[in-house]
Design a protein around this ligand. Structure first.
Ligand code: 9D3
Length: 252
């Protein structure tokens, strides 16, 4: 084996997982900083993300910002200077929560603030983030977060689209979902390949399963006759036709 000079820092930065057979996997770590950790846990425990987490392919956790307030009433927000509606999340609990995470991990993860003012999430951004060793996701609530903690600590702001939600938790979970499915071993090899294939940039073809007739609706004949080449051609045509009809802007 060749010595790898960067081995030590790499192992500190990434979570490591040893599997039977002596193979070492690098695990991405993602931590959600939130006032609603149970809401996050409920989602992170289910479906493909939950399975990836149980298999040790990703470390996903939620950390309660409220655990970092010294206030005896556990307050984390206060009225805005200058007046106005609602409450603003204070700097100190957020900063202490993030710094405790950095301390525990022995590294500073990139800090993303989920915010309506961020750049809209794209698949390209998800791929970029999936290449990082670790990530912290800050969720705002109330009328937002004190601007100074954003200036001091936040590396990047991301939105999931131009509509108004009540907080950053669902956007953070959307981000966890689309990052996790990109991590090695999470999807079956064929599913991961389909994602990268020459089909990229077109909508998917329609899919059917048994029964061949349901309430009088038949599955297209070509899919039942066993000619694989014809089936591939039909699927490709369906993809192009659907993209033209439903999402013409994807072709331009
Ligand atoms: C007080 C005025 N509001 C502007 C319309 C501010 C506001 C702050 C925070 C409104 C909503 C929210 C809660 N949303 C998020 O934290 C959020 C979000 C969203 O609402 N839409 C799309 N992406 C995101 S990422 C975080």
């Amino acid at each position: 084996m060749h010595p790898r000079p960067s081995a030590a820092p790499l192992q500190r930065a990434w979570g490591i997982r040893r599997k039977a057979g002596g193979r070492i996997y690098l695990i991405m770590k993602i931590e959600i900083l939130t006032l609603f950790p149970e809401m996050c846990e409920a989602v992170l425990g289910e479906s493909i993300v939950g399975r990836a987490r149980k298999q040790g392919l990703v470390q996903l956790r939620a950390r309660n910002i409220r655990d970092y307030t010294p206030d005896k009433h556990r307050r984390v927000d206060d009225a805005p200077f200058g007046g106005g509606y609602g409450m603003v999340m204070q700097c100190q609990p957020i900063a202490d929560c993030f710094r405790a995470l950095c301390e525990e991990w022995g590294e500073r993860p990139r800090l993303v603030y989920l915010s309506p003012q961020g750049k809209t999430l794209t698949q390209a951004k998800a791929k970029e983030l999936a290449g990082l060793p670790s990530l912290a996701l800050l969720c705002g609530h109330y009328e937002g977060v004190d601007e100074r903690v954003i200036e001091a600590l936040v590396d990047e702001e991301i939105s999931i689209g131009d509509y108004v939600l009540t907080g950053g938790e669902l956007p953070a979970l959307v981000l966890c979902d689309c990052i996790t499915r990109l991590l090695p071993g999470v999807l079956a090899a064929d599913a991961a390949f389909a994602n990268e294939s020459h089909y990229d940039g077109l909508l998917e073809y329609p899919q059917y399963t048994r029964p061949a007739v349901w309430e009088g609706r038949e599955v297209p004949e070509v899919l039942l006759n066993g000619n694989h080449a014809l089936q591939e051609k039909w699927r490709r045509e369906q993809m192009e036709e659907r993209t033209r009809r439903k999402r013409p802007e994807m072709l331009s």
